[in-house]
Design a protein around this ligand. Structure first.
Ligand code: FAD
Length: 330
C-alpha cells in the first residue's frame, strides 16, 4: 500500500511527488510519459530561475530531482480508480495499485481526430507533436490537421523540414491566427492549404502511407500519399473515467479548492487537469506542492501523525518526538 499515488509525470505531478517524498510518504508516480506538455515547449522564458530553458530540459532536471528522492516512477496509463479501504488504481497495462491518497496531475491530452486508422497508427506516422517529431520527416510528404495558433506553429515547424505539408482544416481559414505568420507559411512554398476539407481515414500497413480526405463542399473523397499525419488541434483534460468519482466542470476539468482538494476526501488534483484558470508551468508546479502538502495532512490524520500547519510547526513537533531528521531538511 502506497501513502500516495500521483497520476501524471508533468511538472505538476513531479513537483507533488518531490514534496511527498521529502515528507517521507511512500510515493508512486504512474504516468503515460515523463514531462508531459513541457516536452513540447521549445523555449520557456517565464519559469523562475531560468532566463530561458527548453521545456524538455526543465522536465529532465525535475525528473532527476524526483528520482534522487527515491520516488518510484512507472510508465503506465491509469484507466480507472475505485475507493475501497483507501483507493485502488487500475492501469491499461493490467496492473492495480493500492494507496491511501491520490493526486491527479494528468494535465491535458491532445485532441484526437477519431477517424479509422488513427489509434492503430499512433506513433507509426500519426503524431500529436510537430515540434517533437518533425525531424523524423525530413524531405518527406506529411499532412497536418491543425487549428488556430497551435496549428500555425506546427505548420511553421514542419515547413522548415518536410518536402511538402498538406494543411487540412474544415473552415475557410485555419482559425483566428496572425495574418503575418500565415503569409510566412504560404511563402515557404511547401505548405499546401486545404480549406473546407477533412481527413476521414488514415491508411497504412504498419506505418502511415496515405490519408483519405473529404471535401466538405463537394463531398468528394480522394487519397493522398503521406508518410506522416500531424494532429495539432489543441488539448483537453481526458477525465471521462473520473465522472461520478470527483466533481468536474463543464470543460471536464477537476474542480479543486485552494488546498487542491477535490470533492472526494483523500483525492487531490493539481495543474492543467484542474479548473485553475491559468495553464502555466509554474502554476502547475505550485499546485503540485499544495496537493502534496494536503495529501500529507490527509495521510497524517489516518496514521496519527501531527498535521502540518502553515508554519510547519506541527511537523517539527512530530519529528522531534520521533527523533527523525526531517525537520532539518525543510
Ligand atoms: C507548446 C507549448 C508551449 C508552452 N509554453 C509554456 C511556457 O513558455 N511557459 C509556461 O509556463 N507554460 C507553457 N506551456 C504550458 C505548460 O507546459 C503546462 O501548463 C504545464 O506543463 C502543465 O503541466 P501538468 O503537469 O499540469 O500537465 P501535463 O504537462 O499535461 O502532464 C500530464 C502528465 O500526465 C500524463 N497522463 C495523462 N493522462 C494520464 C493517465 N490517464 N494516466 C497516467 N498518466 C497520464 C501525461 O502523459 C503527462 O506526463 C506550454 C505548453 C505547450 C503545449
Amino acid at each position: 500500500m502506497y501513502d500516495v499515488i500521483v497520476v501524471g509525470a508533468g511538472i505538476a505531478g513531479m513537483t507533488s511527488a518531490l514534496y511527498a517524498a521529502r515528507l517521507e510518504l511512500k510515493t508512486l508516480i504512474l504516468s503515460r510519459d515523463i514531462g508531459g506538455q513541457l516536452m513540447m515547449a521549445p523555449e520557456i522564458q517565464n519559469y523562475p530561475g531560468f532566463i530561458s530553458i527548453r521545456g524538455s530540459d526543465l522536465a529532465l532536471r525535475v525528473m532527476k530531482q524526483v528520482e534522487g528522492m527515491g520516488v518510484e516512477i512507472r510508465i503506465e496509463e491509469v484507466v480507472n480508480v475505485k475507493e475501497e479501504k483507501g483507493f485502488i488504481v487500475y492501469t491499461a497495462e493490467g496492473s492495480q495499485y493500492e494507496t491511501l491518497a491520490l493526486i491527479f496531475a494528468f494535465g491535458k491530452t491532445p485532441i484526437e481526430l477519431n477517424v479509422p486508422g488513427e489509434k492503430r497508427l499512433k506513433g507509426k506516422g500519426v503524431s500529436y507533436c510537430a515540434i517533437c517529431d518533425a525531424p523524423l520527416y525530413k524531405d518527406k510528404i506529411v499532412a497536418l490537421v491543425g487549428l488556430g495558433e497551435v496549428g500555425l506553429h506546427a505548420a511553421s515547424v514542419l515547413s522548415e523540414v518536410v518536402r511538402k505539408c498538406y494543411w487540412i482544416f474544415p473552415g475557410p481559414t485555419p482559425g483566428a491566427i496572425s495574418p503575418n505568420v500565415v503569409k510566412y507559411v504560404k511563402e515557404k512554398g511547401n505548405v499546401v492549404l486545404m480549406p473546407r476539407t477533412q481527413v476521414v481515414e488514415i491508411k497504412g500497413d504498419g506505418k502511415v502511407s496515405s490519408i483519405l480526405v473529404k471535401s466538405l463542399e463537394s463531398g468528394e473523397v480522394r487519397e493522398i500519399e503521406v508518410a506522416g499525419v500531424f494532429v495539432e488541434m489543441g488539448y483537453k483534460p481526458k477525465t471521462d473515467f473520473l465522472r461520478g468519482f470527483v466533481d468536474l466542470n463543464e470543460k471536464g476539468e477537476i474542480i479543486v479548492n485552494s488546498l487542491c482538494e477535490t470533492s472526494r476526501k483523500g483525492v487531490f488534483a493539481a495543474g492543467d487537469v484542474t479548473n485553475i484558470p491559468y495553464k502555466q508551468a509554474v502554476i502547475s508546479a505550485g499546485q503540485g506542492a499544495i496537493a502534496a502538502l494536503s495529501a500529507y495532512n490527509y495521510v497524517a490524520q489516518i496514521k496519527g501523525y501531527s498535521r502540518i500547519d502553515r508554519d510547519w510547526k506541527h511537523l517539527r513537533v512530530r519529528h522531534e518526538e520521533e527523533g527523525g531528521g526531517l525537520f532539518l531538511r525543510i
